[in-house]
Design a protein around this ligand. Sequence first.
Ligand code: MG
Length: 330
Amino acid sequence: MEFEIHDRIEEKFVGTILGCGMGDALGQPFEGRSRNSIERLCGDDTSKFYRGRYTDDTQLTIAMAEALIEGKGYQPSVLVKRFIQWLDEPPIGPGMACLNAIYNLARGVPWTKSGYDSGANGSAMRISPIGLFYCHDVSELIRIADETTKITHTQEAAAAAAIVVARAVAYLAVNEEVVLDDFIEVLCNALQKPEHEEFKNHIGMLDSFLKQSPKKALKKLGILGVRPEYLPKKLPENGIIHPYACTTVLAALYCFLRTPHDYFESVNEVILAGGDTDTTGAICGAISGAFNGIHKLPKSLMYRLINHEHIFSIGRKLFAVYSEMNPAFK
Ligand SMILES: [Mg+2]
């Protein structure tokens, strides 16, 4: 199949969702492992174990995109219906918060009360379509990233992380360059609640981390802001990326910003750092895909991604609905 696209923003829509899928599938074989264990298996090349199998991160990103397509924008009832359908796919390696909250929805609990007390990755990992669709409406982007998070995750950390991923994707979808100070300022400005202050400070520190080697930087970023009672008693010597939404997003942003023009380099680096690797890969992959667009993603990985033609068509449909709803920005 030839991926014929000539509109640059459309390339980025499709690149975001495929980038999420490929990053998820690159990380999938290593989920839960430490850096030492991953490096023992694959050296420094995670693609050696690539089988193109994505997990819940991509399933729910597809669900989010399809809900936006069907609803011609975000409509809670459409998203809730599509989330409930996910239970029949069935979910691949789901997180507890998403699963419990969506079972609540399936039992008839209203979406305003379905959320689970969690600050994990479940919203940040699926939020990229919101960043794309609302790339020209930042206040709606923030409101909707927050609201859709609360359907499954009630802690502010989960919402803050999702807002930042959506805002990053929006910025990268409409810009051809990443001006570091500008990008970081834009992300910080999207965090508007007092509870987001600490995460905002950590995002502001990314430029100093970028001066450090990836191993050193990711060891610190991987646990930054995690309260001591949530840390494992014995941390692996080389660290992990803690499956807390804010650390996951910090690590993904760091790896993207180190090598913005090289999709594989960014995603490979974040996966090597260990932890919830399918999710770190999915988030970093969506962010890098939004910047690079489909034509700069590695074809050898793309053609081996399960359902890549279907994912490609979802990206195109999302762009078609976005164009229809935003004629001024077409
Ligand atoms: Mg997963």
